[in-house]
Write a protein that binds this ligand. Structure first.
Ligand code: ATP
Length: 275
């Protein structure tokens, strides 16, 4: 299907088409499409833009990634399909940041497909295709990790994650930065640094903030972050959007439709004469 760029929701439709194609190729699982739908709903509620609170979280997260000794970004099928380019940009912006495939629905073929998408986007080394370690206490396949990557990371960036693994990583003393549009999800509520923002916007901001930080010459530190305050700010942003929407005049209603279109001049229907 051809999408018109003039369609008011062109971007959203294009992203859906990309995800649907990725699902057909096996990179994304059907469950990933459902997760995307949930994300879209929250993005709508957030006005489809990065809130000031999200930007604060992104700036601090960029600092954490730069300050970490072994930072890792975890990549699943949705992330590879939607944001392989942004992941590559972030890997370039943060020296030492490694990208690792991590899948809830893991098969060797899917793991390879995620790695291929990342390599094509410019990530030179991708970990986790053949996992070499397992996280304890996590029953899902997300427990399969790379001994050189997530297993030894001190800071993990986990976009579009589930709450179980966030908790498992934290229980190991690792710091977790989450990207999740839902401020109520277990992931957001468990992460040390929840970024409540859309994936591609958040990754783009992280790369830009990291580059800015490095240019400034300041020393990056693992400074504290108030996760509860960040989530409360995201919830306020949603409330604010809803309040604005409730006050705004409703969109113009479409003109009442005629039962049948009036025939154009000169067409047989306008003729008084019966044939
Ligand atoms: P939990 O409550 O355990 O954290 P969940 O069941 O909400 O997890 P998933 O079903 O794996 O988790 O969904 C992933 C999350 O990713 C959802 O909360 C959804 O809001 C979010 N999400 C989906 N697409 C995007 C996106 N493009 N950008 C940011 N977040 C997204």
């Amino acid at each position: 299907m051809r999408l018109s760029r003039r369609h008011p929701r062109y971007r959203s439709l294009a992203v859906r088409a990309r995800l649907a194609a990725a699902a057909r190729s096996g990179l994304v699982v059907p469950e990933g499409l459902i997760a995307h739908g949930r994300g879209e709903a929250f993005d709508y509620l957030l006005g489809e833009r990065s809130s000031p609170g999200a930007r604060r979280a992104e700036r601090r997260a960029a600092e954490w990634l730069l300050a970490a000794r072994h930072p890792v970004v975890s990549v699943n099928g949705n992330v590879a399909a939607l944001a392989a380019r942004e992941v590559a940009e972030l890997v370039r912006a943060v020296p030492g940041l490694r990208a690792e495939v991590n899948l809830f629905h893991r098969t060797p073929a899917r793991a390879r497909a995620v790695a291929t998408a990342l390599r094509r986007a410019g990530v030179r080394r991708v970990l986790g295709v053949r996992p070499t370690a397992r996280l304890r206490g996590l029953p899902s396949d997300r427990a399969w990790v790379d001994a050189e990557g997530i297993a030894r990371a001190d800071v993990c960036l986990v976009p579009l994650e589930d709450g179980d693994r966030t908790a498992a990583l934290r229980a190991r003393g690792q710091r977790v930065i989450a990207i999740d549009l839902n401020p109520l999800s277990r992931t957001s509520r468990t992460a040390d640094l929840p970024i409540v923002d859309e994936l591609t916007r958040a990754l783009g901001h992280l790369a830009r903030d990291a580059r800015r930080w490095r240019r400034s010459g300041r020393v990056a530190r693992l400074r504290p972050f108030d996760a509860a305050a960040a989530l409360a700010a995201a919830q306020r942003a949603i409330r604010g959007e809803l309040t604005r929407a409730a006050r705004a005049p409703s969109p113009p209603s479409p003109r009442p439709r005629r039962a049948s279109p009036r025939p154009a001049r000169g067409t047989p229907g306008r003729s008084r004469r019966t044939p």
